[in-house]
Design a protein around this ligand. Structure first.
Ligand code: NAD
Length: 545
């Protein structure tokens, strides 16, 4: 950890979460840094401080209470926060991110203790570059930014959306060791159309309806250019923008600045990783499969676009690759006859007659895999699953929509209606399912398998751009990390408990590609694994004197 040259002393040091070690300051540090008397006489080890917060957390009875406790811990002692969360990612990820972060965002104005990150209001137009200087870190490398319009499945939460960049950036560090002090969460506050928030006296955002159109675009442009100027080595991750904004935004900036959208590209990477691993179970190569997606929005078209890239890499012509990807949205199958399609949906439209419903689409397309990204509960009904089970020995069923209440089916339904033959991955986790004398283990297609590793590789190599090919590489690397034992039990993602080690391997593969394609802005090191290892941040107290 880089220690600032002019160390704060006394209470200023105890109030600096990045440097604070609280009761773990040694006698010598206490003497040298004017801490004597400000702390109890007992000197703690790192492990003892960890034990104490584990005990305190154990006294909280709700997840939102645990979320608030963890946020306060971050504000008090960032190192200890990460040490705790990284000690058991499988337990802590749902507390610092989904699903708990959803409840936190809904109530952000109510539960807020200490603001974190930057709030850029559209009323500050013309001043964004100057406001970025208010952030104390000069070399920001990673920004997660939202305008709060489509927070998870919860819709427009305005400035309350800050919980998402904050939580997501925690995961970059927890899952891949991206140095936390180089990350910056940002909310672009352009107003909200959420009437409940506008009338909530504790809401902290601008009290106006959303600005759209040219004024919004100009604000985004000012933001991107200001970041480029203030933090030239920074990658911007767009997060939880509504679909009509997200896709054009990514299209506008993806070839100009280092940026990506996790809802589109990260989701695609995770879905493709799952499909690659599933083909190890079915024994059927990707090129011999057909994919039918329910939902043709950010996630659906993102997944389909990346699938096309993979199929082309594996030898299909572009025409044949598109022919294997079918999409079905609120108005039915995407066909060439439809005149309501957006430009980004058009490549996936095929000549076909209208079909009555999704089950009829399954019969017509005969897919090997169906992926639900429509937020339509129960859309994968018994007819759909039974048709998939009739068409395939091992049908691949991904009810990816979040939260659990929006999932297209439960894991239990997918197994029951397919006689336990389905390969299941969901967006939100489902528990193991007992079917007769067998226990079946559904997987979770969690974006954390991909984006932290992409983040680490991008940060380490100072990549100029983030490309779709990097997500394909990440997907292949994630799939390669699924052990034969997991494959034998039907699991298609590695266990979350080993996410850190996995992310490092994935980051190495992505970094290798970044160097090979000339996108790195630093010379290629002789040993990429050692180079990545050097870049990783780990939570340990350092001697400050
Ligand atoms: P979006 O609004 O961009 O797209 C939704 C799509 O669903 C649209 O094409 C719409 O026409 C279609 N749709 C809506 N109702 C439908 C219906 N009744 N029948 C058929 N199609 C219907 O949303 P998005 O960002 O693409 O996200 C969609 C879902 O995917 C969300 O629930 C989100 O949580 C989930 N998601 C999951 C993951 C993950 O698990 N890793 C990642 C990203 C998104």
């Amino acid at each position: 950890m880089k220690i600032p040259r002019s160390l704060p002393h006394g209470t200023a040091l105890l109030h600096n979460p990045r440097l604070n070690k609280g009761t773990a300051f040694s006698e010598a540090e206490r003497d040298a840094l004017d801490l004597v008397g400000l702390l109890p006489e007992g000197v703690d080890t790192e492990e003892n401080r960890l034990k104490r917060v584990v005990y305190q957390l154990g006294r909280k009875s709700t997840d939102i209470g645990r979320y608030i406790f963890l946020s306060s811990l971050y504000d008090n002692d960032t190192t200890l926060f990460y040490k705790l969360v990284m000690s058991d990612p499988a337990y802590f990820l749902p507390l610092v991110y989904t699903p708990t972060v959803g409840e936190a965002c809904r109530n952000y104005g109510h539960i807020l203790r200490r603001p974190r990150g930057l709030y850029l209001g559209i009323n500050r137009r013309g001043q964004i570059r100057r406001i970025l200087d208010n952030w104390d870190e000069q070399d920001v490398r990673f920004i997660v930014v939202t305008d709060g319009e489509r927070i998870l499945g919860l819709g427009d939460l305005g400035a309350n959306g800050m919980g998402i960049p904050v939580g997501k950036l925690n995961l970059y560090t927890v899952c891949a060791g991206v140095p936390p002090h180089l990350t910056l969460p940002i909310v672009l506050d352009v107003g909200t159309n959420n009437a409940a928030l506008l009338s909530d006296p504790l809401y902290l955002g601008l009290r106006q309806s959303r600005v759209r159109g040219a004024e919004y675009d100009a604000f985004l442009e000012e933001f991107v250019r200001a970041v480029e100027d203030a933090f030239p080595r920074c990658c911007i991750q767009f997060e939880d923008f509504a679909n009509p904004t997200a896709i054009p935004l990514l299209a506008r900036y993806r070839n100009q600045v280092c940026c990506f959208n996790d809802d589109i590209q990260g989701t695609a990477g995770v879905a493709v990783a799952g499909l690659l691993a599933a083909s190890r179970i079915t024994g059927r190569p990707m090129t011999e499969q057909r994919f039918l997606l329910l939902g043709a929005g950010s996630a659906g078209t993102g997944i389909a676009s990346l699938l096309v890239k993979v199929l082309i890499e594996e030898g299909l012509s572009p025409e044949a690759a598109y022919e294997r990807c079918w999409l079905y949205d609120i108005n039915g199958l995407l066909t060439t006859e439809r005149n309501d399609l957006m430009p980004f949906q058009r490549p996936f439209a095929h000549p076909h007659d209208r079909v009555a419903d999704f089950a009829a689409a399954v019969e017509a397309v005969a897919p090997t895999a169906i992926i639900g990204v429509s937020a339509t509960p129960k859309a994968f009904d018994q007819r759909v699953i039974e048709a998939m089970a009739r068409l395939n020995e091992r049908p691949i069923i991904f009810p990816y929509s979040n939260p659990t209440s929006h999932a297209e089916c439960t894991a239990e339904e997918a197994y029951r209606w397919s006689d336990g033959r389905a390969i299941v991955a969901s967006g939100s986790p489902f528990p193991p399912v007992r079917l007769g004398d067998r226990t079946l283990f559904p997987s979770q297609g969690n974006n954390v398998y991909v984006f932290p590793a992409i983040g680490l590789a991008t940060y380490a190599t100072e990549a100029r751009l983030v490309t779709d090919e990097m997500f394909v590489t990440a997907a292949r690397a994630v799939a390669a990390e699924v052990s034969e034992t997991d494959i034998a039990t039907g699991l298609i993602y590695p266990p979350i408990s080993s996410i850190f080690e996995m992310s490092i391997k994935v980051a190495e593969a992505v970094a290798r590609q970044i160097f090979a394609t000339g996108l790195a802005q630093i010379p290629e090191p002789p040993d990429i694994a050692a180079f990545i290892a050097e870049k990783i941040w780990r939570p340990h107290y350092h001697n400050l004197i």
